[in-house]
Write a protein that binds this ligand. Structure first.
Ligand code: AGP
Length: 594
């Protein structure tokens, strides 16, 4: 997903733009660029990292400018395809995050009228369109250009000689940071936190004129005042705080994240506040949709709700549901999305609303697109998650799911009190897993030499196996598959052997015996086997080559404990293999394109 930034005010823009861009690197990118605005526009861009471009440039005067980190969609990573893009005269420059689906038709038409293009990108049609409409009013030219556009965009446009930024958004996030005689524009909050905590979230269809002295927002042509929000995060929250990688920092933040998310929903007298309006029929006919790690949270949510509330839950992969999913009448819909900007998840939300569903969202980003589409929102309190690999946001999603389910749990009051007490103690149990980090690191060192790994589990730990495999894949580039333990013998056994280790998650619940059987079958086929076992169940671990011991908790909470152990396993295997970890190749923090 691309990152865009803009600045206009009393400072030299060049260092501000590079600083803001550096805070968006976590989104993943392959090239970057800036444009400084004065009587002319100076564009500097290349297929390099932000720091490299910053070092390569001399100081260029200018009190306004725009910047971009590009995650390639149309056109390979290259200097020519990097943003900002300009029109033929070089007097108009644009940065863009999103996809212009009708760009080829527009490009052909512009070429037929003499426009010459310099890139393969969809974005480049924008400055040429703006030039074709420009008659001295940039805002009007942008508005007319966007009327021709189909697709998604968050853009900043500038024209030489005019001290203003014109910004607009549709289906891609864009915020404005309000300063003192200066203003900022960015794709996401961390970019501007060094300068201001005052933020305005633009809505789809908004066009804003941003100058050093003010911001004027229009929605569909009419002036509108968007509320100003004060961001509670600190810059430190969005920085490494002494950890080698954001991922490790965010894994270690999880006890605090669980406490913060719990605090959001525990009422003063300790009972679970209704986190979903009971008038919505509680959790009957619940349909949950999500992508990636959030989909794994949805799968665990299914087990939690079915086990505690004893109602069936339907879980859908958003990217599949959008093309072939049927919406059962009267569904209670829940979409889980950490960023609140995942294109597949947003498309599902719109499909569910069109089908007449009340849509609840669990998201980690205040003001995200998902939070505005949803009828109700549960905010997780994980704070900014910078590493592309989702860790703390996933655990906070599980906490939110526990709070959704507990008020509706079909258990006696004593059991409910015990569950709430255990949930309150979850931060301490997770800390115990983190305290065992050195032992897990040793397992990871051994695992790091392999190129194929299986993760297996049963019940609520089957999605944990999926998540453990995804984490290992994402950050260590080891091919890993999560599998239902009972399924391995239906084919994948053919792959077992000395070069195909298996990580088996053992629970002490009703699935325990069946897991022991699975482990014995696997051992008979010579695969190295790491067992994740609870304290007191070490005997089960003795069947394996080695065991990761985790604290014993009520089985409904075991996915939290087991996942944290597997996060550390993935992190240290990636570290052992010298991988970048926070910004894995080919990946983005939020996939805002389908
Ligand atoms: C998880 O580690 C990945 N970063 C990815 O699978 C992610 O969970 C997925 O893209 C969904 O993102 P969302 O929660 O922001 O919608």
């Amino acid at each position: 997903m691309c990152g865009i930034v803009g600045y206009i005010g009393r400072r030299q823009a060049q260092p501000v733009l590079f600083n803001c861009l550096s805070k968006l690197e976590y989104r993943g990118y392959d090239s970057c660029g800036i444009a400084l605005l004065g009587d002319s526009i100076q564009v500097c861009k290349d297929e390099v990292r932000v720091k490299a471009l910053e070092k390569a440039l001399p100081p260029i005067a200018g009190l306004a400018g725009i910047g971009h980190t590009r995650w390639a969609t149309h056109g390979e990573p290259s200097r020519a395809n990097a943003h900002p893009h300009c029109d033929c005269t070089g007097r108009i420059a644009v940065v863009h995050n999103g996809v212009i689906s009708n760009f080829q038709r527009l490009k052909d038409k512009l070429i037929s009228t003499g426009h010459v293009f310099a890139s393969e990108t969809d974005t480049e049609v924008l400055p040429h369109l703006i030039e074709s409409y420009y008659q001295g009013d940039l805002e009007e030219a942008v508005e007319r250009s966007l009327a021709d556009i189909e697709g998604s965009y968050a853009i900043i446009a500038v024209v030489a000689g005019e001290a203003k930024l014109v910004v607009a958004r549709k289906d891609s996030p864009l915020i404005i940071g309000i300063g003192d005689r200066e203003n900022f524009v960015a794709s996401d909050v961390p970019a501007i936190l060094d300068y201001t905590s005052r933020v305005v979230y633009l809505e789809d269809g908004d066009i804003a004129l941003v100058t050093a002295d003010g911001v004027r927002v229009r929605e569909n042509g009419a002036r509108i005042d968007r509320a100003e929000h004060l961001i509670q995060w600190s810059v430190a929250d969005a920085q490494k705080s002494g950890y080698e990688h954001f991922m490790l920092k965010e894994i270690h933040e999880q006890p605090r994240v669980i406490r913060d998310t719990l605090r959001e929903y525990i009422s003063a007298d300790g009972l679970a506040a209704e986190v979903i309006p009971s008038g919505e029929g509680g959790l009957e006919n619940m349909l949950i949709a999500a992508c990636g790690t959030s989909y794994h949270a949805a799968l665990i949510g299914k087990y939690i709700i079915e086990q505690l509330v004893r109602v069936p839950v339907k879980v859908e992969l958003a990217s599949e549901f959008n093309y072939c999913g049927q919406v059962p009448p009267g569904s209670n819909a829940l979409v889980i999305t950490q960023s609140g900007e995942t294109a597949d998840a947003l498309k599902t939300m719109k499909k569910l609303k069109e089908a007449g569903c009340q849509v609840l969202a669990i998201t980690n980003v205040v003001g995200s697109t998902a939070s505005r589409i949803a009828d109700h929102v549960i905010y997780t309190r994980a704070g900014p998650e910078i590493s592309v690999a989702a860790t703390k946001s996933f655990i906070s999603q599980l906490v939110a799911l526990y709070w959704m389910a507990l008020p509706h749990a079909r258990v006696d009051l004593r059991t409910l009190d015990e569950l709430i007490m255990e949930l309150r103690q979850l931060p301490a149990r997770v800390q115990e897993v983190l305290d065992n980090e050195a032992a897990i690191r040793e397992h990871a060192r051994r695992l790091a030499r392999f190129n194929d790994v299986f993760f297996i589990g049963r019940g609520a730990n089957y999605p944990v196996a999926l998540e453990g495999a995804l984490k290992l894949k994402e950050v260590s580039y080891i091919h890993a598959e999560g599998y239902a333990a009972g399924e391995l013998k239906h084919g994948p056994f053919a792959l077992l052997g000395a070069e195909a280790p298996v990580v088996a998650i053992l629970a002490s619940d009703h699935t325990g015996e069946a897991m022991l059987t699975s482990i014995k079958e696997i051992r008979a086929r010579k695969s190295p086997l790491i067992a994740v076992v609870e304290e007191g169940n070490e005997a089960a671990g003795e069947i394996a080559d080695s065991a990761i011991i985790v604290p014993r908790v009520n089985q409904v909470f075991s996915p939290v404990i087991n996942t944290v152990a597997l996060q550390l396993l993935a992190y240290y295997a990636a570290r052992e293999r010298g991988c970048p970890i926070d910004f894995p190749r080919n990946l983005a923090k939020s996939v805002t394109v389908e």
